[in-house]
Every structure is written in C-alpha cells, then in structure tokens.
Design a protein around this ligand. Sequence first.
Ligand code: UD2
Length: 314
Amino acid sequence: MAKYLVTGVAGFIGRSIAAALAARGESVRGIDSLITGKRSNLVGLEAMDFIEGDLADVDACAQACAGVEVVFHEAALASVPRSVADPVSTNRNCVDATLNLLVAARAAGVRRVVYAGSSSAYGDTPTLPKHEGMLPKPISPYAVAKLAGEQYMCAFARVYGLETVTLRYFNVFGPFQDPSSHYSGVLAIFCRKMLAGEQPTIYGDGKQSRDFTYIDNVVEANLLAAAAPAEKVSGQVMNAATGSRIPLNEVFVQLCELTGYRGKPAYAEPRAGDIRDSLADIQLAQRLIGYQPAIDFREGLRRTVEWYRTGAGD
Ligand code: UD2
C-alpha cells in the first residue's frame, strides 16, 4: 500500500516530487489524466503504482486515495492564457478536481494534503514582495481556479480537521517541463527554441519580471511541508519561491550566453491576464517549515539548459 499519493504525477512538478520520494525509499502512488502530463515523464518511476485517471471522476479519486497517508496535489490545467481561452476546462481540472480529491481524501482517512497553489492568486497589485497577508486579487480564470483550490484546502482543515498545507509556487521551471505547447512555461519554450536556433517571442516589452523558482527548491518545500508539525502548518498558505526576481529581457540575455543563441527576440502584444511583476516574500515558509531555496536562478537555468540540450524534452 502506498504511503504517498502524487496527483499530476506525469507533469514536471509531480514527477519531480515522486522521484524525490522514491529516492528516499518511500512507497508512492501517482495519478494523472495525461491531458497535459506525459507518459515519458514517468521514466525512472516504474516502481510507482500508476493510475491513469481524471480527478473529475470521483471513483478515480477514491481509488487513488485508498490507504494513503499524505497527498501531494499537483494536478491542474496550468497556464493563464489557456484559462482565458477556455475557463470552463480550467475550472473543471482545477476546482472540481480539487474538491473531489479533498472529499475522497477525507473519506479514505488521509492525514495531510499538500497543495500546489499559485502566485497568480496575488494578481497585479503593485506591492512587492507579495506576502501571504495580502488580500488575493486574481485577474485571470486560472488564478481564480487555483485560489479556489487553496480556499477549499483551508476550509477542509477548519471544518473537517484534514491537515492541509498550501504552497504558493512562483513560476517553477526545470527539467521535464513540457516545452512543446503554446501554453508551456516561458523558460521551457525559450530553452527549446534558442537551443534550436529559433527566435523566441516576448509578449509585451520584456520588462515584466518573475520570481522564477528552480524545481529542486519546490520539491524541498513539499517534503518539508509534508513533515512539519500539524499545529504549525495545518490550514496555512505560504509562498514557495526564491525571493528575487528577474525581468524577461534579462532572462533572454542569460539564455543567449547559456545556449549560444545569437539573434534578437521578437516582441508581440502583451497577453490578456498577464501580471507585470511577481516577487515573493519567503519568510513565512522559512519560519513555518524551515524552507530555504538552495538553487538560485542562474544555477537552475544552467541545469535546465543542459537538460534540454540532451534532447530529453523533445
Ligand atoms: C503563472 C503564475 C505561475 C504559475 C503559472 C502556471 C504568475 C505571476 N505566475 O505564470 O506561478 O502558476 O502561471 O501556468 O501569475 N511569455 C513570453 N513568451 C512566451 C511565453 C510567455 O513572453 O513564449 C511571457 C508571458 O507573457 C509572461 C511571462 O513570460 O509575462 C511568464 O509566462 P508563463 O506563461 O511562463 O508564466 P505566468 O507568469 O503566466
């Protein structure tokens, strides 16, 4: 019987958490609908109990949660522009899925659910850094859906005593992130394009900034959140990031150095629902779970470029 369940295990964050658990010798079950997750991301996880299933299906949720102690809930339909194009699918795969999972987790006697929240919850407020005491102001359907999920987490902790912890991720990147879709994360798209000598497109003036967070930091935050004492963390929401930000134009310059790309970027209209600047205050996670980002942006970017250079992302 698996002690841990990872939802969205064929996505790049889910597979990275599952791999870290497996490396510690833990028994892991994973579930993924393979809507955006990729079977190829399960390489190295052959010992895991894998369920191909959709969390919008309550029976799949029940099957996934049976006998499990801790859930890492990474499954979602990510992307702001995807949610602008199709808000109903985003709601189904983020909100309905999260509620179904929580109901099933409670029924199965799961002790704790660690949830992948999103920095998009803060919206486009000018205040930086973003801290958890700020009033959420989501501006895209995706941000609304991720925020609804974290509110369900808090409510289930409060009214049912299920231990829940929300980590608000800030633009996570790294190996295994899918570069192939128009809706992929910007660093995955840029790495693949620039290594292939293709021109990347920057939406807007490129002065927008992000607290890009390397995957290993987020995996570590999850392991700490799962292990922290309930009286400290249950029902809490905390940022998981690096606490520094970089504009997209500067990212492009660094990627030119790392990939050898010699061209210029194309510039296009800003995207609807896009946020200008994003930067996390990470003191709460430091205090509650002892989180400290170990890999900085530059080193993370170097490792990421090397991974895409191997062609593993194709
Ligand atoms: C949001 C969340 C992030 C995560 C993610 C999931 C914020 C601040 N961040 O990321 O935490 O939940 O959603 O999808 O809300 N861009 C280009 N060219 C491209 C692709 C993107 O210029 O080819 C720009 C894009 O317009 C944006 C930036 O790059 O300004 C980052 O875009 P993204 O899609 O990687 O992530 P973002 O910030 O929407």
